[in-house]
Write a protein that binds this ligand. Structure first.
Ligand code: BES
Ligand code: MN
Ligand code: MN
Length: 453
């Protein structure tokens, strides 16, 4: 191992420079004007994989953004690891709040700042570097390795399921390893054993055939904004519970033991409030501890809301339409399509008198839960211990990586989520960054994992 860690330290600067190259490519998957950048990021990764000695490197075109495949399969009796990651990133707005431009990586306080630094270019890069390190120092890998890196994670991986089901043989493996999650806190690694799923909907509400003068008609005709607020208010009761019928039917309640385990991880409410600039933490269901709410309970959130006049000054108008975007976070055993249907039905049934409500169904992604005592997880824990000197915490994550449950089901392989991000690295927000402390340590932990299995 010491040979490996010497190699990693010696190449630290060069490795960071290479990551900067990748971070400079603005591969935002949701914006069509970045299609060229998406292609450039895919080809950058493919070239890198070739250069470090990976074989059969392919850029697989899809109806959306390309997937990169590569393998190294020269350890006949050893297990095969499939590494998944994503090279696409979220949009950068609000741009004014970035201290340095999002696609000009900058190092401050031992952190690298750029969009994608932690989610997920930085973390995916650790696997590329781990393989490079092992190949360069040994001429071979201790196991077989396949890479599957996609460019559509941030838009819900619409084309990856088809690729998985059409390439089961090619992707066959003994374990899927993903670094697209975070550690517990600085110095304390974590293995994520559960992710929430999600489903999205949009609701539009219409009243009269046109906006109306609020003096001539006000007090007499219904206002689309008011009706939408009324309709959306029916989604939760006064205790923060979702009021949609059957919403909780399939939720598996945590056992007392699981609740104890979550509690034992500790939670500093004051510290969190301070860091978020909040005086109270009153979201979601009353009487459920915060750490459980954000990891193990489903939610319905209104993400966007618009209708009526929003320009400068005043306009005395009664709007005739109003709109909302809604997403749910779902937990193990809930079915995203089923929940979408329940919410649609609720919104249609609760539609106030005198308006037309139209609900459109959008993306879904499955939740994921895996036992924590699988042999592969044990090996991951050992690898973390070797490098961080600490046993990792096992945690349920509130975020989603929709494709994870497909990997599990289609490839019949265990998935190990080995994260190296930190919870305060501003993913999806201005000033996203990745702590360089976890850069070399991440590479070393992955090297250890590959050796241990
Ligand atoms: N890497 C994140 C998910 C994540 C965040 C895992 C924090 C663990 C800790 C992923 O890239 C992400 O942002 N997922 C989206 C999914 C959506 C865009 C389909 C999410 O959770 O909102
Ligand atoms: Mn991610
Ligand atoms: Mn993300």
């Amino acid at each position: 191992m010491s040979k490996i860690s010497e190699f990693v330290s010696k190449h630290h600067l060069q490795n960071v420079e290479e990551l900067k190259e990748l971070l400079r490519i603005p591969s935002i998957s949701s914006l069509s004007e970045h299609k060229k950048d998406i292609e450039q990021a895919a080809s950058w990764i493919a070239t890198k994989l070739k250069n470090i000695g990976m074989e059969h490197v392919e850029i697989v075109q899809t109806k959306g953004h390309p997937i990169i495949y590569a393998d190294w399969l020269h350890q006949e009796n050893a297990p095969t690891v499939l590494v998944y990651g994503h090279y696409d990133v979220q949009p950068v707005d609000p741009i004014d709040l970035w201290e340095t431009p999002p696609f000009e990586p900058d190092i401050r306080d031992e952190k690298i700042f750029a969009r994608g630094a932690t989610d997920d270019k930085g973390q995916t890069f650790l696997h590329i570097k781990a393989v490079e390190t092992l190949l360069a120092s040994d001429g071979k890998l201790p196991v077989n390795v396949k890479f599957c890196i996609e460019g559509e994670e941030e838009i819900g991986s619409p084309h990856l399921p088809k690729f998985l089901s059409e390439n089961k043989e090619k992707l066959a493996c003994d374990v899927v390893v993903i670094s697209d999650s975070d550690m517990w806190e600085r110095g304390v690694p974590a293995i994520t054993y559960s992710l929430r799923g999600l489903c999205a909907l949009e609701v539009s509400l219409k009243t009269a055939n046109s906006d109306l003068h609020s003096g001539m008609f006000g007090g007499g005709v219904q206002n689309a904004n008011h009706l939408l607020i009324q309709l959306l208010s029916s989604l939760h009761d006064e205790n923060g519970k979702v009021k949609v019928e059957h919403f909780y039917d399939d939720v598996v309640e945590l056992t007392e033991l699981e609740k104890e385990q979550i509690k034992a991880l500790g939670f500093d409410e004051e510290k969190l409030k301070k860091s978020l600039g909040l005086t109270e933490l009153t979201g979601g269901e009353n009487n459920i501890p915060y750490p459980e709410k954000i990891s193990s309970r489903p939610t319905v959130e209104i993400n966007g809301l618009w209708g009526g006049f929003q320009g400068e000054g005043t306009k005395t108008v009664i709007p005739n339409e109003a709109h909302a975007k809604i997403t749910c976070r779902l937990v193990h055993n809930q079915n995203p399509e089923k929940i979408q249907g329940l919410i649609k039905k609720h919104l249609e049934e609760q539609a106030p008198k005198g308006c037309a409500v139209k609900v459109t169904l959008q993306d879904t992604g499955n939740p994921f839960l895996t036992p924590i005592d699988s042999p592969m997880m044990q090996k991951a824990a050992e690898a973390y211990e070797q490098v961080y000197g600490k046993t990792p915490v096992y945690k349920r994550e509130g975020g989603s990586i929709p494709i994870v449950s497909d990997f599990n089901q289609v490839l019949h392989a265990p998935v190990v989520l080995m994260g190296f991000g930190l919870p305060d690295e501003n993913l999806h927000a201005p000033n996203e960054h990745f702590n360089l402390e976890n850069f070399d340590k991440g590479i070393l932990t992955i090297c250890s994992f590959l050796e241990l299995i």
